[in-house]
Design a protein around this ligand. Structure first.
Ligand code: O7M
Length: 218
């Protein structure tokens, strides 16, 4: 997964036809497609392989279980053609390290949720907790963390914790009120954008607009 546009499409549509049509339409302006429960429960995990022919696929299952169950989930995700998986860190180091080990075995990547973007997202993920999770993610050898575009100052703080060797992907742009430019300026590598793109009348135009908004900062 390399950065050309700085945009990850959050593809939370629930049918295969829309998923493939929108992805092909915006392909020139995104670097990866994030899929999660809405699309996979709607279509089955086989959608991952189809989308992976368009762009690298990140499986957002926010994996949060005991190490053995986490490993089984990650194996399915990587066998299905996904390039990366998103996991929770609050389950502790043994669970996270098992995900990273499984990803390493498949030469794939792990992103760890450090703090969430919705209004209640800082209720349990308080300053110290988020920083501890980010530090643990770094220690685990994960590829990157997830940090909230709705709070760019938190992106900056968490960047301070992990340094420059890891990536930050940030949801919360557009529909949740965050600004793509401010998020990248705060230290994110990619913004994750869903409804603003897939819900637009012209998804391609919207994706291009976001790419253009951030291109001078990446
Ligand atoms: O642009 P949106 O708001 O339509 O979509 C944002 C996507 O990012 C959607 O798929 C959310 O589930 C996801 N997301 C958040 O919005 N906030 C978070 O804190 C974390 C995620 C996420 O991707 O977690 C890995």
């Amino acid at each position: 997964m390399s950065r050309k546009n700085g945009v990850i499409l959050a593809l939370d549509v629930t049918d295969e036809k829309s998923a493939l049509t929108i992805s092909r339409d915006v392909a020139d302006f995104i670097d990866a497609i994030k899929i999660g429960y809405p699309l996979v429960l709607g279509t089955g995990l086989s959608i991952a392989e189809k989308l992976s022919r368009i762009a690298p696929v990140i499986a957002d299952f926010k994996v949060a279980d005991i190490p053995n169950t986490d490993r089984l989930i990650c194996e399915h995700v990587f066998e299905a053609g996904c390039d990366a998986v998103i996991v929770q860190g609050f389950t502790g180091p043994d669970s996270l390290f098992e995900c990273v080990k499984t990803a390493d075995d498949y030469k794939k990547k792990v992103f760890v949720v450090a703090e969430m973007s919705h209004p209640g997202g800082d209720h349990f993920f308080t300053d110290g907790v988020s920083k501890e999770i980010a530090a643990m993610a770094k220690k685990s050898g994960a590829f990157g963390i997830v940090a909230p575009a709705t709070r760019p100052e938190r992106v900056k703080e968490l960047r301070g914790v992990i340094g420059n060797s890891m990536k930050i992907i940030s949801p919360g742009v557009g529909a949740q009120g965050g600004s793509a430019a401010d998020t990248i300026k705060a230290g994110a590598d990619w913004v994750i954008v869903g409804r603003s793109i897939y819900g637009a009348k012209n998804p391609k135009e919207e994706a291009e607009k976001i790419k253009k908004e951030i291109e001078k900062y990446i």
